[in-house]
Design a protein around this ligand. Structure first.
Ligand code: G6Q
Length: 545
């Protein structure tokens, strides 16, 4: 499967990067900028309405050349083609990975097992459109004849994080007369609070689950069914008017009592964390309308084409992937902070956590060999400027290197006095402070007492990317998501890992199934866990009312 001729750490490009790191790793961004007056303008990339300033990275032109060499030696071009050609690049699950087909325009051809999948994608999009229009216009009536005013998406993981993030991100474009809620956690509080102020007669549930077997989602869906029927007189005919499903499992959907006419399908070749642009995005379409949803898909598609065609040197996702990998593997950086200076993107870091960490948190290569280098970074972040008053301290003066991705927009969606100028100034100031810092001499020159000087020094040399766009639109959101999807894939190809499986989530699920009856059943269980787990189960059984 792998196209690498040598193990990664023995490849020519990897070794060249190790040597190169020794020679430039100690160089300060202050020097890099003063030695190269054109740097701030040259180390930028503009494409598809997105502008990337990557000049505040600890790199030279030579670093980039070597990183691109690494991508080439890793066979990245072939692996990109393999994805677009519907090859089963998810090797451990023997699945194709064709989320790019979800946003291909009508008339395009993307083959899976010899069959063009694009027409099926558009057939579902057309059904979603017709359905959304009926609900949004009030034409769709609930069991008692009232229009739907509340939409509750029930799903978890890939069937929740994308919809939540997109709803928040595109809230400006959303239909404000509709209320949206998202229930994911098996903690009953999530459901209870979500429906507390909702009238069941006006509420529709979208049960979003690829498999329709996920414990959390099925538990919540069952509770939703009971909640609805309790107040609508127990007539199960009401389910058809208040429940729709998004799934690949028609049989389970109809067993639940949802009319498969109200089921929106997707396919085995769509991974959960890559599914927000499939029917899993039904809540997004209901919120922002079909036109905006399609504009978002178009944004995704433009980034797909750019990823497939642009030379690596000027390829947004490839470049961002290579920079992330540079710090991960050559500076031992463990994390990347994603810092959107746009409140609507407040759930974007959480979304990226699943995308990047479930994809690239892997310990073996595609052929099952243990890796001898670090793979996926820890992604985290909060919207600016909140983080500045909290964890930025550690990014500025802590002992760890934390590369940052700032995301900013030149224009606000809701202009309000001086707010946006202040917001932008803060983003640029943080990146400047991180890169250039403040020396002891500069601190002293401010008249700072000698003993306080070390506390007030900023070493700087802390790298960041600045991603800038005009304003947050559905199209730009699609581009941003596709950018991180493909940057994640780029890194996985170089690390030679399977970015599309997630075996690491299995063990806990299996153990939970064993423990549920041990907590729940009346009879005292014969516990066969370790002494700690046994003790915790006994203790909670005693404490439980
Ligand atoms: C994502 C994962 C996972 C999945 C959830 C929900 O890539 O596969 O997060 O999305 O476990 O699964 P269902 O959609 O099948 O309920």
């Amino acid at each position: 499967m792998t196209t690498m001729k040598l193990p990664l750490t023995e490849s020519t490009a990897w070794k060249a990067l190790l040597d190169h790191k020794k020679s430039i790793g100690g160089q300060h961004l202050r020097e890099l900028f003063s030695d190269d007056p054109g740097r701030g303008e040259r180390m930028t990339l503009e494409a598809l309405g997105l502008f990337l300033d990557y000049s505040k990275n600890r790199i030279t032109d030579e670093t980039l050349r070597l990183l691109v060499e690494l991508a080439k030696e890793s066979g990245l071009k072939d692996r990109i083609d393999a994805m677009f050609n519907g090859e089963k690049i998810n090797v451990t699950e023997k699945r194709a990975v064709l989320h790019v087909a979800l946003r291909a325009p009508k008339g395009a051809t993307i083959l899976f097992e010899g069959k063009n999948v694009v027409p099926q994608v558009h057939e579902v999009l057309d059904r979603m459109t017709a359905f959304s229009n009926r609900v949004r216009s009030g034409e769709w009536k609930g069991h008692t004849g009232k229009s739907i005013r509340n939409i509750v998406n029930i799903g978890i993981g890939g069937s929740d994080l994308g919809p939540v993030m997109a709803y928040e991100a595109l809230r400006f474009y959303s239909e404000r007369s509709l209320t949206f809620r998202f229930v994911s956690n098996v903690d009953g509080i999530d459901f209870a609070e979500a429906v507390l102020d909702l009238n069941p007669e006006e509420t529709m549930f979208i049960v979003s689950s690829k498999t329709f077997t996920t414990m959390e989602t099925m538990t919540n869906a069952q509770t939703a069914r009971e909640w609805l029927l309790k107040s609508l007189g127990g007539n199960s005919a009401a389910v058809a008017k208040h429940f729709v499903a998004v799934s690949t499992n028609a049989q389970k959907v109809s067993e639940f009592g949802i009319d498969t006419a109200n089921m929106f399908g997707f396919w085995d070749w769509v991974g959960g964390r890559y599914s927000m642009d499939s029917a899993i995005g039904l809540s997004t379409m209901l919120a922002v309308g079909p036109e905006n949803f399609l504009a978002m898909l178009n944004g995704f598609h433009e980034m797909d084409e750019h990823f497939r065609n642009a030379p690596f040197e000027s390829n947004f996702p490839v470049l961002m992937g290579l920079l992330a990998l540079w710090y991960n593997n050559f500076f031992d950086a463990q994390t990347i902070a994603v810092l959107p200076y746009e409140n609507y993107l407040k759930r974007f870091p959480a979304y990226l956590q699943q995308l990047t960490m479930e994809s690239n948190g892997k310990q073996v290569t595609v052929d099952g060999k243990e890796v001898n280098y670090h793979t996926g970074q820890i992604y985290w972040g909060e919207p600016g400027t909140n983080g500045q008053h909290s964890f930025y301290q550690l990014i500025h003066q802590g002992t760890r290197l934390i590369p940052c991705d700032f995301i900013v927009f030149a224009n606000p969606l809701i202009p309000l006095g001086r707010h946006h100028d202040i917001l932008l100034a803060n983003a640029f100031a943080q990146a400047e402070a991180l890169a250039f810092g403040k020396t002891a001499e500069e601190v002293k020159a401010d008249g700072t007492a000698e003993w306080l000087v070390p506390h007030r020094v900023f070493n700087g040399n802390r790298p960041s990317n600045m991603i800038l766009a005009d304003r947050l639109t559905p199209d730009i959101l699609g581009k941003l998501i596709a950018l991180y999807e493909h940057s994640t894939y780029t890194q996985s190809v170089i690390w030679n890992i399977d970015a599309f499986d997630q075996w690491g989530v299995e063990l806990g699920k299996v153990l939970a199934q064993q423990i549920i009856p041990e907590i729940e059943n009346e009879e005292i269980p014969q516990l066969k866990h370790d002494t700690s787990t046994n003790n915790l189960i006994r203790l909670t059984r005693k404490m439980k009312k």
